[in-house]
Ligand binder design. Structure first.
Ligand SMILES: Cc1cc2nc3c(=O)[nH]c(=O)nc-3n(C[C@H](O)[C@H](O)[C@H](O)COP(=O)(O)OP(=O)(O)OC[C@H]3O[C@@H](n4cnc5c(N)ncnc54)[C@H](O)[C@@H]3O)c2cc1C
Length: 489
C-alpha cells in the first residue's frame, strides 16, 4: 500500500508540522521561573516537541506506514487506536508499539501510543462507564473518535500529591492539595487542586485526568472520584515543569537530552470547568477503583510498555557491547559476564512480551488482550532491571564516562591532544568520545538519572504494584501441592 499523502487527508494521522501548529495555543506552562510563550520555540522544550513531530512524520513513510497505522473507511489512523478483535490485531499493535519505541530506543518513553491504548480500552468498555451514567459511555466514545480522527497527543495525571502518608495509605486525599470537584453547573463540573505528574504535559494536546491505576481511594472520597479529559489549553489549567535537561548542547555533546526531553509537570487546576461531554466518571469511588482493571486498560497499557522496554533494553545491550569493544574488553570473560546479565534482562522482556502476545485471548467484551501475567511480570521487573542496566553502564564505563571532551575540542587549540589521548585500540578519539558521551547521557547526566527515576515510578510505586500482582496471582494450586506433601502418609 502506498503512503497516504498528508494533504489528501482531511482527518486521521497528522504530520509533524500539523502537530507543532496545534501546540501554539493559550496553554499556561511554567518553567525556570517564567511562563512559556510558545512551547515549540522554547529553548528547553522545543527540541522535545520537534522530536515528537519527527515521529508523526514517520507515520507517512511508505516503508513504515502500514506498520504503525491502519486504514478504515478511507482514513488512516494510529494503530494504537485499533480495537483488537483477534490475536493478529494484538500482534499488529505490539509491532507498532515496538516500532514507535525504536525511534527513540525507548528514551522518549511517553509516546502518544501509551495513552491511546487506554482511551481505546475505555471506549470499548461502554458497559463499564454506563454503570456511572449512560451518557458517560457516549462521552468516551466521542472522545475516542476525536482523539483518533485528529491524531491527538494525550498526557495523563492519575495521582494526587501525598500530603499526609497515613491518610494516603487509607486511600484518603487532602482537601488542601488534592484535585476535587468543588461545583456542578449546567455546563459541567468545576475542579480545583493539584495532580501528579504529567509526563509530556507541555507537548500534549489533551490531558486525561483519571483515577490511579493502582492506588485505591476510600469510599468517602466522593469529591475526589472522577475521570475526565480536557485540552491542555483550558482556562485555569497550569503546568509547572521541572528543570529541563535540554541545555542546548549539540547532538554530539548530549545525544539523548538534546533529542528526547519529554518533560514532566505538576498540574494545577484553578477552578477549571470541565464540560459535561468530557466527563467519564463522577462521584463513585468504587467504580473509579475498578476502572483500569475492569476495562482492561491497564493490560493494553502494559502491552505498550513491554514493547517499549524491549526496545530500550536492546539499546542498552548494544551500548554496553560497543563500550566493551572500544578497548577490546569484549574479549574479557568477566566483562562478557557483566554484559550477559543485561542480555538476560532484554531476553526476559522479549520472552514475556512474546508469551503474552501468543496467548492473547478475547476479554469479557470480545476485545482481544495479551495474556496479563507475562506482561505484568515484565511491568514489575523492569523498574528493578533498568537501574541495574544503568549500573552496568557505570561499572563498564568508569572514568571513560568522565573523559569526555566536547565537540568543540575537536576543532580548537587542544584538538591535537584530544585526537591523540582519547583514542582506544578500536576507536578514533572522536568516535570514542561520542560513544562515551552517549553512555554518560544514559548513566550519569540529569537526563539519565531522570530516566532511571521514570522507570522506577511511572506506573506507580513498586511495592504497591507488587502487592497487586501477589493478589492476582493464582496461588491455590501451588499451595495445594505443598499441603498435599505435608498431608501425605
Ligand atoms: C519521572 C516520572 C514521571 C511520571 N509520570 C507520570 C505521569 O505521566 N502521569 C501520572 O499520573 N503519574 C506520573 N508519575 C507519578 C507516579 O505515578 C508516582 O510517582 C507514583 O505513583 C508514586 O507516587 P508519589 O510520587 O506520590 O510517591 P509517594 O506516594 O510518596 O510514594 C513514595 C514511596 O512511598 C511508599 N508508599 C506510597 N504510598 C504508599 C502506600 N499507600 N502504602 C505503602 N507504601 C506507600 C512507596 O514505597 C513509594 O515508593 C511519574 C513519576 C515520575 C518519577
Amino acid at each position: 500500500m502506498s503512503g497516504a499523502n498528508a494533504e489528501e487527508q482531511d482527518k486521521g494521522i497528522r504530520t509533524g508540522a500539523q502537530y507543532l501548529e496545534g501546540l501554539r495555543d493559550e496553554r499556561d506552562v511554567w518553567i525556570g521561573g517564567k511562563q512559556v510563550d510558545d512551547v515549540t520555540d522554547h529553548p528547553g522544550l522545543s527540541r522535545g516537541s520537534r522530536t515528537l513531530a519527527g515521529f508523526f512524520d514517520k507515520q507517512f513513510d511508505p516503508a513504515i506506514q502500514d506498520k504503525v497505522t491502519y486504514e478504515e473507511n478511507g482514513k488512516r489512523y494510529a494503530l494504537s487506536m485499533l480495537t483488537p478483535r483477534s490475536k493478529e490485531d494484538v500482534l499488529r499493535r505490539g509491532a507498532a508499539f515496538y516500532e514507535w519505541a525504536r525511534w527513540s530506543n525507548g528514551m522518549f518513553g511517553r509516546t502518544p501510543d501509551y495513552k491511546n491504548a487506554s482511551v481505546m480500552a475505555f471506549a470499548s468498555s461502554p458497559d463499564f462507564l454506563a454503570q456511572g451514567r449512560p451518557e458517560f459511555a457516549d462521552n468516551m466514545q466521542k472522545f475516542y473518535e476525536y482523539v483518533r480522527d485528529n491524531d491527538k497527543v494525550l498526557t495523563h495525571t492519575l495521582v494526587n500529591p501525598t500530603f499526609n502518608h497515613a491518610q494516603a495509605v487509607e486511600g484518603k486525599y487532602s482537601d488542601q492539595v488534592a484535585l476535587q470537584v468543588v461545583k456542578e453547573t449546567d455546563a459541567g463540573i468545576v475542579v480545583n487542586g493539584a495532580r501528579l505528574l504529567a509526563t509530556l504535559g507541555p507537548h500534549a494536546d489533551e490531558i486525561e485526568v483519571f483515577p490511579s491505576t493502582l492506588l485505591k481511594g476510600s469510599d468517602e472520597n466522593v469529591p475526589f472520584a472522577f475521570a475526565f479529559a480536557i485540552p491542555i489549553a483550558t482556562k485555569g489549567l497550569r503546568l509547572i515543569c521541572r528543570d529541563t535537561y535540554d541545555h542546548g548542547k549539540s547532538h554530539f555533546d548530549a545525544p539523548l537530552s538534546s533529542r528526547f526531553e519529554e518533560m514532566d509537570s505538576v498540574v494545577i487546576f484553578n477552578n477549571v470547568l470541565v464540560p459535561w461531554e468530557r466527563v467519564f466518571m463522577l462521584g463513585d469511588p468504587g467504580l473509579c477503583n475498578r476502572a483500569f482493571a475492569e476495562t482492561n486498560a491497564v493490560i493494553h497499557m502494559m502491552h505498550q510498555v513491554a514493547a517499549g522496554k524491549l526496545a530500550k533494553a536492546e539499546f542498552i545491550v548494544g551500548l554496553l557491547c560497543a563500550m566493551a569493544r572500544a578497548t577490546g574488553k569484549d574479549k574479557d570473560m568477566n566483562v562478557k559476564g557483566q554484559i550477559a546479565e543485561v542480555m538476560w534482562m532484554a531476553e526476559s522482556v522479549r520472552a514475556m512480551l512474546f508469551s503474552a502476545e501468543q496467548q492473547a485471548h478475547a476479554d469479557q467484551r470480545g476485545v482481544f488482550i495479551p495474556l496479563r501475567r507475562p506482561i505484568d511480570t515484565s511491568r514489575n521487573l523492569f523498574p528493578k532491571m533498568y537501574p541495574r542496566m544503568v549500573e552496568a553502564v557505570q561499572l563498564l564505563g568508569s572514568s571513560s564516562l568522565m573523559a569526555t571532551p566536547c565537540e568543540a575540542d575537536f576543532n580548537n587549540a587542544i584538538t591535537a591532544d584530544v585526537e591523540q589521548y582519547f583514542q582506544t585500540v578500536n576507536l578514533q578519539s572522536k568516535d570514542r568520545v561520542a560513544l562515551f558521551r552517549l553512555a554518560h547521557d544514559v548513566s550519569v547526566s540529569g537526563f539519565g538519572n531522570r530516566q532511571a527515576l521514570y522507570e522506577r515510578f511511572f506506573f506507580g510505586p513498586q511495592n504497591i504494584m507488587a502487592a497487586g500482582y501477589f493478589d492476582l496471582y493464582n496461588k491455590d494450586e501451588m499451595m495445594d501441592r505443598v499441603n498435599s506433601l505435608l498431608e501425605a502418609e
